[in-house]
Design a protein around this ligand. Structure first.
Ligand code: HAM
Length: 436
């Protein structure tokens, strides 16, 4: 029987299969590789005492609009949003605003004045799909809420770097910048506008639009000609006040002392509006056009944007899982192999199949990885299946073996066979598997 494909998954989304896959709609890394990568991330972040938070994928649209910013690309162009009755829903495009919502809603400050939270899960942005950029993608990240110290910024950056280090990734480039506080930004914005307005007709259509909506984003341009135009632009750092500069200097001192290499990039602005003070981005040369593996920064005013009376100091990062996979594959990372099946039960005849079904339960309770033929196939087909499943042992039982209370146990590698009594089978397999 050959299957006919019917419906397809949505462009920019993919299935994660238990197999190495290539082709439309399949992620190259199998589910086991995802589990492994997630496990490494959890282990590293938990070493820093970050604890997992899981927030809903559906959030009120207002949370994202107010949190991420009304004029950002994410909110104006990329939200998967819909309405049912009077409620406006959005599939979360990021997790920082949801985590801050949960922090405020559940008064997590009462659980400890510094909260260290991490997450791994899907996000959604209606972007033009290409390599490293998808409509459903997965982020892992941390949010450290309740302290405004430069040490907290350094701790978050250190946690981010530690994840990539655990995978042995090389040639990463960490760029950092400061946006100053809520006062410095509008002053800088005015100065930048004064510089850019006379040059407006030399700007790209996108940048011209941003001149009206979000001029700082123009600094982010990848267009070489625009980059040259920007060389004479006022610099953000010159608008940052004494306190903001001291904060930034302290972050740099901490990073140096922790052995974390960075480059300063006065033009690093991020695509989300909630940042103040430190911002950063981590790049890998293996990613091509979508260079950013991860990004983050401090967002002390997000709580106020969400309606809280006073600022809540916080800093965090988020990273794309798919981009991590691209970098891992480019650098030849070796994922652990899938553990083999311990035993495959080959049964001949109805009574033997019934025995195999019940016996599989006994063996699994004893901690063994066991499968059996559920299709009533021929002996040859079952042995082929045992091979395909890379079973260490095939346990072969027919009517005669059942009557005699014995099974034939075949070592699939050496081909050696021996008879084992049914009563001793679990002990025998456990011993044999442990001995390997
Ligand atoms: P972001 O820079 O928008 O920041 O996203 C973080 C990371 O998510 C990116 O560096 C990239 O690796 C990945 N990513 C973003 N969009 C896509 C996409 N369409 N396809 C694949 N990967 C993507 C944030 O989301 C902030 N919440 C980070 C943060 C946390 N700031 C403070 N705390």
């Amino acid at each position: 029987m050959s299957l006919e494909p019917t419906l397809q998954n949505i462009r920019g989304t993919f299935d994660i299969l238990p197999y190495d896959g290539r082709g439309e709609g399949v992620h190259e890394a199998p589910s086991r590789a995802w589990q492994h990568v997630e496990q490494v991330i959890r282990t590293v972040l938990e070493r820093f005492n970050f604890r997992e938070i899981r927030t809903p994928i559906l959030e009120p649209t207002e949370l994202i609009a107010r949190g991420v910013g009304q004029l950002t690309d994410i909110v104006t162009k990329e939200m998967f949003a819909f309405q049912r009755g009077d409620t406006h829903y959005v599939l979360r495009p990021e997790v920082t605003a949801p985590v801050m919502r949960a922090y405020l809603q559940h008064r997590l400050d009462q659980q400890g004045s510094v909260q260290k939270l991490y997450y791994i899960g899907p996000c959604f942005r209606a972007e033009n799909p290409q390599k490293g950029r998808y409509r459903q993608f997965h982020q892992f990240g941390v949010e450290l809420i309740g302290t405004g110290t430069p040490e907290a910024d350094a701790e978050v950056i250190a946690a981010m770097m530690a994840v990539y280090e655990a995978f042995g990734l090389r040639n990463l480039r960490l760029r950092i910048n400061t946006l100053g506080d809520a006062e410095s930004r509008p002053r800088y914005r005015e100065a930048l506008l004064a510089y850019l307005r006379p040059l407006a007709d030399q700007l790209s259509p996108t940048s011209r639009q941003r001149l009206a909506s979000n001029p700082l984003r123009i600094l982010d341009t990848k267009d070489e000609r625009e980059r040259r135009l920007l060389e004479g632009a006022p610099r953000l750092i010159d608008f940052v006040n004494e306190k903001g500069r001291a904060h930034y200097e302290a972050v740099k001192v901490h990073l140096e002392a922790m052995g974390i290499a960075y480059e300063e990039d006065p033009y690093l602005v991020r695509g989300l509006d909630y940042y103040t003070h430190t911002t950063f981005e981590l790049e890998s040369p293996d990613l091509g056009a979508q260079r950013a593996l991860a990004g983050g920064g401090r967002y002390d005013l997000l709580a106020v944007d969400l309606g809280h009376a006073t600022p809540v100091p916080a800093v965090g990062f988020a990273a794309g899982m798919e981009r991590l996979f691209i970098a891992l594959q480019a650098q030849g990372y070796r994922f652990p192999e899938e553990p083999p099946l311990d035993a495959y039960l080959v049964s001949l005849g109805e009574a033997a199949l019934h025995w195999a079904l019940v016996q599989a339960q006994v063996l699994r309770k004893a901690g063994l990885r066991v499968d059996l033929d559920l299709k009533g196939r021929s002996m040859k087909a079952q042995m082929r299946e045992a091979n395909r499943q890379r079973a260490r042992y095939a346990v072969i039982v027919g009517e005669r073996e059942l009557e005699q209370g014995r099974a034939v146990v075949r070592d699939m590698q050496s081909g050696q066979q021996q008879e084992v009594t049914l009563a001793e089978l679990a002990d025998f397999l456990q011993g044999a598997v442990r001995a390997v």
